[in-house]
Design a protein around this ligand. Structure first.
Ligand code: VGL
Ligand code: ZN
Length: 202
């Protein structure tokens, strides 16, 4: 059992990010079993849930003339446009049916403001609007984080880098993550996480 000040942060294991989903991550469902067993090993357990309104600005369908997977400039910087995914209350937004939910201490939703995306569990994509997770972890005395989930090169990457910047000791368990990997995004994510002192483990 890791130290009592360590939290497991499970990122976005939702139907839309699993095979058959709107933004399927290859092998996304393969991490459910390892993540379930990791939950038993950590004293604090947080699950995150990507949770967008139907008019979300990150959906290509809401940006006329722009295709999914293209990049546009938003007020807060570049933003990849995605197929509609994780719409609030939809089956796609639900957690994978085999993900153990009973052991979660906190389920944190993010990306619920129409005008701004939130890859990170800590800050929205302007990198300044907090989600509240840092306050929660601080109040519980958490100083170290172990992360797993989807997708390695987007929500896991941004969550891990923000956490390292906030001063947490961060380990990403790569065997319990899967990537979208568009245009070298996985290699860039690995480099970014390493640069910020995130530990990358098998
Ligand atoms: C994610 C793209 C859009 C993720 C969420 O969970 O990595 N990626 N929304
Ligand atoms: Zn999203």
């Amino acid at each position: 059992m890791p130290k009592p000040d360590t939290a497991l942060i499970v990122i976005d294991i939702q139907n839309d990010f699993c095979p058959g989903g709107a933004l399927a991550v290859p092998g996304g469902d393969q991490i459910v079993a390892p993540v379930n067993s990791m939950q038993a090993d950590h004293p604090v357990r947080v699950l995150t849930q990507d949770w967008h309104p139907a008019n979300h600005a990150s959906f290509a369908s809401n940006q006329p003339g722009h295709d999914p997977y293209s990049v546009i400039e938003m007020a807060y910087g570049p933003q990849v446009l995605w197929p509609d995914h994780c719409v609030q209350g939809s089956t796609g937004a639900a957690f994978h049916r085999d993900l153990a939910l009973d052991r979660a201490d906190l389920i944190l939703r993010k990306g619920f403001r129409a005008e701004i995306d939130s890859y990170s569990a800590f800050f929205e994509n302007d990198r300044t609007t907090p989600t509240g997770l840092h306050g929660y972890l601080r109040e519980r005395g958490v100083t170290a984080l172990v992360m797993a989930g989807l997708a390695t090169d987007f929500c896991v990457r941004y969550s891990a880098v923000d956490a390292a910047r906030l001063g947490y000791d961060v380990t990403v368990i790569l065997a319990a993550c899967r990537a979208i990997d568009m245009d070298g995004s996985l290699a860039a994510a690995m480099q970014d996480m390493r640069t910020h002192g995130v530990r990358l483990e098998g």
